[in-house]
Ligand binder design. Structure first.
Ligand SMILES: *Cc1c(COP(=O)(O)O)cnc(C)c1O
Length: 805
C-alpha cells in the first residue's frame, strides 16, 4: 500500500466525519484517537486478508498460542512502528495541528492479564508476526480487564477496569465465525454403525463469538490474528418463551449467566481460586479455539489425519490444558477417528509450557465439579488416565507410590499439569534454573518416564516494544552508533559493547538516561507532589506484589537505611530514589499490607527534613504495560530480589537490563542467565542460592525469631513496624509481623537481609564512578539481545513446533 502524508490527512478527516459527523475543530481528543486508530487498522487489512488467504491455499504450518491472558497494553504506537509509518503519521497530524503523542494517550491499556505470563503471550505474538511465522493467539475477551489500582491514604483500592466502555478500536467482531460451546447435561454411550459412540445430551449451549485483533509484524507485511472469544446467549436459546410469558427476569438471568463467563479476568496469577466460573472460562475459550482451528483446517481440504502436520497448539501454563481432551472429543465424536488415531494426532499437536513450581499454584479441579460441568470431557480424561495408568503399571509394576504421583485423576481431583504433560509431545520450563528444578525435583518422575519430552525455553521480551517504542532516545543512540540492524536482528545489539569504554558514547548514554529521568521526575511531581532529584540513583522495583518477590526486603532495607541516616546525618550515601509499582491480588492480605507499609514509609521519609533529601520513596499506582514503558527506561538499578528458586524466569529483569539498568538480584530465574550474559562484574548478585533455599526448607533449621533477638538492626526495624514509630497504629502491620516472626519468614527476608544491605552498598559505591557505571550499563544493553523474544520464538519454532524460520 502506498501511503503519503496527504492521503493520511484526508483519510483521517473523512473518518472523523463518517464515524462522528465531526471535523477536527469539534471532535474530542478521544474521537480523534478513535478515527486515527480506525484508519491505521484499515491500513493493516490488505495484508491481513493476504495472510489469511495464504493459509487456506498454502502448506504453511499454523501455530496457535492458547493463553488465558494477553497483557497487550496499547497498540497504536506499536502498530505505527511495525507498519513503518510512525513518523509519516506524526507529520500528517502535525500539519493538522494535532500531536500524535497526545492522541496516543487516549488509548486504554488492554489489560487482559495479571503480569509476566500474560505479557509473555503478548511479546510472543509480536515476535511470531515479526519473524513471519503464521502464529496466532487464542484467548478471552474479558469485559473487565485487571482491576485499576488507586492508592487512597496509602491503601490499595481496586476499581473495575471497564476498558471497553468507549469501544475497542483494534478489534473486528466476526459473528459469522461464532461456534457453540456446551456445558452440563449427561453422556450416554450407544452403538452407532457398529461403533461405540458417546452421546452428550441435555446440555446448555453458549455462543462463542470471536473478536479478531490484527497482529502486525515489523516491516514484513505479515499480519497474524489474536482471536479473543466473547460469550453470548445462543439466539434460539434466549428464552423467548419465558420472556413472552412475562418471566423477563428468568430470560435475563440466562443472558447474565452466559455473559458472566467472559466478564472478568481473575486477578491472580499464582494460586487457584477453585471456582466453577474459572473452569467454565477455561473450557469456553479452549473449546471455541479448537473448534475453529479444526473448521479452518478442514477448509483446506486436507485429510484430518494430517492435522498435526499443519497445526500446532501451544498451551501457556495449564489454564488451556483442556485443549487436549477437547481435540480428542472433536476427532472421535465428530471426525469419527479411533481413540488411537485421535491420541496420536493430539499428542503431536500439543505442547505445554510450565510456569511455576509452587505447589499451591498447580491447578486442580474437583472431580464432582468437573464431571457435572463437562461430562463428555470428563469421560475422555478418565480414559486418558486409565490408559496412562495401564502403561505405568506395565513399566513400574507395583511401585504404587510412584504411579500415584503421576496419575491425572487422584484423590477426587483432576491434576491439570499431569494432564498437560501426558497429552503433549513437549514440556518446557521458562529458564535454565527453572527447567533444571522441574526435571530434577518437581516433575522428576515424569522426566524419567518421558525421556526427551522436557526442555528449556528461556523467556524473552520483544525488543521492539521494550526498547524501540518505549525508549526512543536510546533507540536513536543505538541507530547512530551501530546502525539499525538490531531492530530486525536483536543479536546485533552486541555491537554496542565495543563502545562500552568510549567516553563520548558513555556521555551520550548518560544523557539519554538523564533525560528520561527528568521526564519521570516531572510526572512524579505533577501526580504526587513529591520532589525527586533526577541526579539521584533511580532504584526501581516494579512487578506484581508477592511474598516471594520480596518487596518487603527492599522496604525493610529502606527503613534501616533511614535509621542509620537519622543516627548519623553525615552518613555518606549517594542520594537515591526508591520507586515501587505493584498491584496486589485483592484478597492477599499480606501483600496489601506491604503496599500500606511502603506508602507509610514514603510519607515519613519524604517529609523528614533531617535527612537532606538523601532518600526518597515513591509508590506509583496502577502498574501496567503503559506505566512499565514509562518507568523502565528511567531505571539505574533493577530490583530482582525474589527468594531463589521461586521466580520461574522473570521478564521484568530483561526489560530493565535492555534499558541499561544494573540488576541487583538473587540467583533466581533468568537472573542466572543475565549474569552469564553480562559477566559477574556487571551485575550485583547476593543472597541464598536455590539449592540453599530448598535445603533449608527440607531441614527446617531456620528460625527467624533467633535472628530477631540476636541482631539489633533487624530487631529495630521489626519493632518500628509495631510500636507506632511509623505514625500509624502497630496493628496496621500485624500480618507483616506474623509473616516474618510468628510464621518464621517463609521467604527468608530476614535471612537475606545483610547480604542485600551489602549488595546495596556495593551499588552505592559503583554509582560514584560515573564512567564505570555507564560502561556497565552499556554492556547490559549490548548483552540483552539474547533475551529478545525473537530468539525465544525461534527456539520454540525449531525444537517444539518443527518449523523453519
Ligand atoms: C514484564 C511485566 C511483568 C512481569 O514482571 P516480573 O518482574 O517478571 O514479575 C508484569 N507486569 C507488567 C505490566 C509487565 O510489563
Amino acid at each position: 500500500m502506498q501511503l503519503d502524508k496527504e492521503r493520511i490527512k484526508s483519510d483521517f478527516e473523512r473518518k472523523l466525519i463518517s464515524l462522528f459527523a465531526e471535523d477536527i475543530k469539534d471532535a474530542s481528543r478521544l474521537h480523534k484517537y478513535v478515527a486515527l486508530g480506525e484508519i491505521i487498522k484499515e491500513y493493516t487489512f490488505e495484508n491481513w486478508l493476504k495472510s489469511n488467504k495464504k493459509y487456506i491455499k498454502g502448506d504453511v504450518k499454523q501455530i496457535y498460542y492458547f493463553s488465558m491472558e494477553f497483557l497487550i497494553g496499547r497498540l497504536l504506537e506499536n502498530n505505527l512502528i511495525n507498519l513503518g509509518i510512525r513518523d509519516l503519521v506524526a507529520e500528517a497530524l502535525d500539519d493538522l495541528g494535532l500531536s500524535l503523542e497526545e492522541l496516543e494517550m487516549e488509548e486504554r491499556d488492554a489489560g487482559l492479564g495479571n503480569g509476566g505470563l500474560g505479557r509473555l503471550a503478548a511479546c510472543f505474538l509480536d515476535s511470531m508476526a515479526s519473524l513471519g511465522i503464521s502464529g496466532h493467539g487464542n484467548g478471552i475477551r474479558y469485559k473487565y480487564g485487571l482491576f485499576e489500582q488507586k492508592i487512597v491514604n496509602g491503601y490499595q483500592v481496586e476499581v473495575p477496569d471497564n476498558w471497553l466502555k468507549d469501544g475497542y478500536v483494534w478489534e473486528v467482531r466476526r459473528a459469522d465465525r461464532a461456534v457453540i460451546v456446551n456445558f452440563g447435561g449427561n453422556v450416554r454411550f450407544d452403538i452407532v454403525d457398529g461403533r461405540l459412540k458417546a452421546i452428550h445430551e441435555n446440555y446448555e449451549s453458549v455462543l462463542a463469538v470471536p473478536y479478531d485483533v490484527p497482529v502486525v509484524g515489523y516491516g514484513n507485511n505479515v499480519v497474524n490474528t489474536l482471536r479473543l472469544w466473547s460469550a453470548e446467549p445462543v439466539g434460539s436459546e434466549f428464552d423467548f418463551s419465558s420472556f413472552s410469558m412475562g418471566d423477563y427476569a428468568r430470560a435475563m438471568e440466562y443472558k447474565y449467566s452466559v455473559e458472566s463467563i467472559t466478564s472478568v479476568l481473575y486477578p491472580d496469577d499464582r494460586t487457584e481460586k477453585g471456582r466453577m466460573l474459572r473452569l467454565k472460562q477455561e473450557y469456553f475459550f479452549v473449546s471455541a479455539g479448537v473448534q475453529s482451528i479444526v473448521r479452518t483446517y478442514k477448509k483446506k481440504g486436507k485429510p484430518i489425519k494430517h492435522f498435526a502436520k499443519y497445526c500446532a497448539i501451544h498451551i501457556n501454563d495449564t489454564h488451556p490444558a483442556l485443549a487436549i481432551p477437547e481435540l480428542m472429543r472433536i476427532l472421535i465424536d465428530e471426525e469419527n477417528l479411533t481413540w488411537e488415531e485421535a491420541w496420536d494426532i493430539t499428542v503431536n499437536t500439543m505442547a505445554y509450557t510450565n510456569h511455576t513450581i509452587m505447589a499451591e499454584a498447580l491447578e486442580k479441579w474437583s472431580v464432582d465439579m468437573f464431571k457435572s460441568l463437562l461430562p463428555r470431557i470428563w469421560t475422555i480424561v478418565e480414559e486418558i488416565n486409565r490408559r496412562f495408568c495401564q502403561e505405568l503399571v506395565e513399566k513400574y509394576k507395583d511401585d504404587w507410590k510412584r504411579i500415584d504421583e503421576m496419575l491425572i485423576i487422584k484423590d477426587g481431583f483432576v491434576k491439570m499439569a499431569n494432564l498437560a504433560i501426558v497429552g503433549s509431545h513437549s514440556v518446557n520450563g521458562v529458564a535454565k534454573l527453572h527447567t533444571k528444578i522441574l526435571k530434577e525435583q518437581e516433575l522428576k518422575l515424569f522426566n524419567e518416564y518421558y525421556t526427551g519430552k522436557f526442555n528449556n525455553k528461556t523467556n524473552g521480551i520483544t525488543h521492539r516494544r521494550w526498547l524501540l517504542d518505549s525508549n526512543p532516545k536510546l533507540a536513536r543512540l543505538l541507530n547512530e552508533t551501530i546502525g539499525d540492524g538490531w531492530i530486525k536482528n536483536p543479536n546485533q545489539l552486541i555491537e554496542f559493547k565495543k563502545f562500552a569504554k568510549d567516553k563520548s558514547i558513555q556521555q551520550k548514554f548518560e544523557a539519554v538516561k538523564q533525560s528520561n529521568k527528568i521526564e519521570l521526575s516531572r510526572f512524579i511531581k505533577n501526580r504526587y507532589g513529591i520532589n525527586v532529584d533526577p541526579d539521584s540513583i533511580f532504584d526501581i522495583q516494579a512487578k506484581r506484589l508477592h511474598g516471594y518477590k520480596r518487596q518487603l526486603l527492599n522496604a525493610l532495607h529502606i527503613l534501616d537505611l533511614y535509621n542509620r541516616l537519622k543516627e548519623n546525618r553525615n552518613l555518606d550515601i549517594y542520594p537515591r530514589t526508591f520507586i515501587f509499582s505493584a498491584k496486589a491480588f485483592p484478597g492477599y492480605v499480606l501483600a496489601k499490607e506491604i503496599i500500606k507499609f511502603i506508602n507509610t514509609l514514603a510519607n515519613k521519609i519524604n517529609n523528614d527534613e533531617d535527612i537532606d533529601d538523601k532518600i526518597k520513596v515513591v509508590f506509583l499506582e496502577n502498574y501496567g504495560v503503559s506505566l512499565a514503558e514509562k518507568i523502565i527506561p528511567c531505571a539505574n538499578v533493577s530490583e530482582q530480589i525474589s527468594t531463589a528458586s521461586k521466580e520461574a524466569s522473570g521478564t521484568g529483569n530483561m526489560k530493565f537490563m535492555m534499558n541499561g539498568a544494573i540488576t541487583i538480584g538473587t540467583l533466581d530465574g533468568a537472573n542466572v542467565e543475565i549474569k552469564e550474559a553480562v559477566g559477574d562484574e556487571n551485575i550485583v548478585i547476593f543472597g541464598m542460592t536455590a539449592d540453599e533455599v530448598i535445603e533449608l526448607y527440607k531441614n527446617g533449621s531456620y528460625k527467624s525469631l533467633e535472628l530477631y533477638y540476636s541482631d539489633e538492626r533487624i530487631k529495630r526495624v521489626i519493632d518500628q513496624l509495631m510500636n507506632g514509630y511509623l505514625d500509624v497504629p502497630g496493628s496496621e502491620f500485624m500480618n507483616i509481623y506474623n509473616h516474618l516472626i510468628t510464621n518464621n519468614d517463609e521467604f527468608f527476608v530476614l535471612k537475606d537481609f545483610y547480604a542485600y544491605a551489602d549488595a546495596q552498598m556495593k551499588i552505592d559505591n559503583l554509582f560514584r564512578d560515573k564512567s564505570k557505571w555507564n560502561e556497565m550499563a552499556i554492556i547490559n544493553v549490548a548483552s540483552s539481545g539474547i533475551f529478545s523474544s525473537d530468539n525465544t520464538i525461534k527456539r520454540y519454532a525449531e525444537d517444539i513446533w518443527g518449523i523453519d524460520v
